[in-house]
Write a protein of this length. Sequence first.
Length: 147
Amino acid sequence: MFNSNRSRDDRSAAPAPQAGPNGKRGMFSVVGADVVVTGNVTATADLHIDGRIEGDVNCGNLAQGADSQIFGSVTAETARIAGTIEGAVRAKQLTVERSARIIGDVEYQSITIENGGHVEGRMKHIGGGDSATGPRAVPTAANEEAA
């Protein structure tokens, strides 16, 4: 009665994890909410941070939880920021969620800032292979008033 459809595939419809730059599939590391790391963090796998990092973070893909804190610079291919970062952020694809607070300069190739997301610092677009245009500063309200 409950297993009347045995031929149905019960696996998740989620896409298979993509291979990272090091060729490892589906690997990720988690810094839990109760963890405090003092020192730099480098990950070859995807990294999810819910705790507190007092140092620089360097990884391929970063997901930061809303209650987490990073006191140092962040460098990643893609980053989804939801917590607090006090330091520079550099990412090709950056998403600043509504709960995020970044205090520091931000360099990005593609950026999305949700309504309520907070960035206090200079924002600079990094080129995506077109060396003719090069990096350019993104004007902010404070910069536009001074011009």
